[in-house]
Design a protein around this ligand. Structure first.
Ligand code: NAD
Length: 291
């Protein structure tokens, strides 16, 4: 193996430490801690795990968590009424509705009901538009975490060739927008892309967000490239990413492992977005460079 391992776990831990310091300062100035409301509908075990770890991280950062658990049978109107109440609650700076929702509920109706200025997940179309047009808003946590790792590793990303594999609203598209903002030359590949290997092999930066175990082969990677593996796939051999880790690590300059790479960044950035929201809403200045 020649690639450096990008330690997302350590990076996220350090970021969470800096956030906790700013939470203390915010609470002293505002007279209350930043608040994050998390809504979980039904009892999907993976969602329950995510919500539990988010709740724990919120507490560890010194923020206030408001957890709302609703039965899988809840009506869409009742869920929307809860979102309305959270939008109006002055102690709530961020609202997160854990996806996926039960099939009788229209996810889009719920995500668009969240006040864009409390949308710390960055999924509201207003925030997608803000990102696309260069306005201040909320950026989805996972792709922003990826860019933080890339900047930490590579410094200025200007002019680098980047390939994003995946075009979801949650990862692929905002990832591409962020890399454009960093002045990369960006190619977005997806399920209909022809000859993926010939696109990947030109890239200085490869971001894989597909959801297919080890689909991106090591022999496709340009020597020295930086590889960010967003994929989380549960297989018989345990958790694996979208990238053939052993193959890619033998040629890449640096690579994120799964687990311990991108995953820990998502929650850290969620805390960051909540802290930012609290400062904006309370009109208290914050130390942006520390975040
Ligand atoms: P998604 O299913 O919404 O999107 C997958 C994308 O991959 C699609 O845009 C599709 O066009 C593309 N794709 C599918 N097959 C392809 C192929 N053969 N070749 C090229 N592209 C193909 O998934 P998502 O929500 O964007 O998540 C992607 C992966 O990232 C999943 O493994 C998910 O678990 C993981 N994920 C991780 C985190 C984290 O915190 N680390 C957060 C979100 C998602």
């Amino acid at each position: 193996m020649s690639a450096d391992i990008i330690d997302g776990k350590a990076f996220a831990l350090a970021l969470r430490g800096r956030i906790a310091d700013q939470v203390t300062a915010f609470a002293a100035a505002a007279g209350r801690p930043p608040g994050l409301a998390v809504v979980l509908v039904g009892d999907d075990p993976a969602s329950a795990v995510y919500v539990r770890s988010k709740g724990k991280a919120v507490k560890e950062a010194g923020m206030e968590g408001f957890e709302h658990r609703l039965p899988a049978t809840v009506s869409q109107d009742d869920l929307l009424a809860l979102v309305d109440a959270l939008n109006a609650d002055v102690n709530v700076d961020g609202i997160l509705v854990q996806l996926p929702l039960p099939s009788h509920i229209d996810e889009r109706a719920v995500t668009t009901r969240i006040d864009p200025d409390k949308d710390v997940d960055g999924f509201h179309p207003v925030n997608a538009g803000r990102l696309a047009t260069g306005l201040e808003g909320f950026v989805p946590c996972t792709p922003l975490g990826c860019v933080m790792l890339l900047r930490d590793r590579l410094g200025d990303l200007t002019g680098l060739d980047a390939v994003v594999i995946g075009r979801s609203n949650i990862v692929g598209k905002p990832m591409a927008q962020l890399l454009i903002r960093e002045s990369c030359t960006v190619t977005v590949a997806h399920s209909r892309t022809k000859d993926l290997s010939s696109i990947v092999c030109r890239a200085d930066i490869v971001v894989a967000a597909v959801g297919r175990p080890e689909m991106i082969r090591g022999e496709w990677i340009k020597p020295g490239a930086t590889v960010i593996d967003v994929g989380i796939n549960r297989t018989e051999d345990g958790l694996v990413g979208d990238v053939d880790f052993a193959g890619a690590a033998s040629v890449a300059g640096a690579i994120t492992p799964v687990p311990g790479g991108v995953g820990p960044m998502t929650i850290a950035v969620l805390l960051r977005n909540t802290l930012l929201s609290a400062h904006r809403r309370a009109q208290i200045p914050y130390d942006r460079d520390a975040l």
